[in-house]
Write a protein that binds this ligand. Sequence first.
Ligand code: FES
Length: 105
Amino acid sequence: MTMVERIGKFEDMAPGSARQVIIGPYRIAVVRIDDALYAIDDRCSHQDISLAEGEVLCHEKQLECWKHGSAFSLETGLPQSFPAIKPVSVYEVCVVDGEIEVRIP
Ligand code: FES
């Protein structure tokens, strides 16, 4: 069953920022770049580190883990650099009535 969660207003999220949201058992990093939103697992696949605490690489559309520097594609979840080698999950995210909505299949 798909879980749908509204996590706050789109206008309250600054461009180039990331935030952690907890939805049931899921810890998700929601990222805004310009007017686009992305949602990936908020758990680096190398170690249990919050990716939302890392740096948003706007031009590359990646989120960089602060611990050892692996950057994950916000579009595919694939790591673009070592030491992480496994992808993280990517989730659907959109804006409905001005609210950010995350969908977990
Ligand atoms: S914990 Fe993220 S790259 Fe090592």
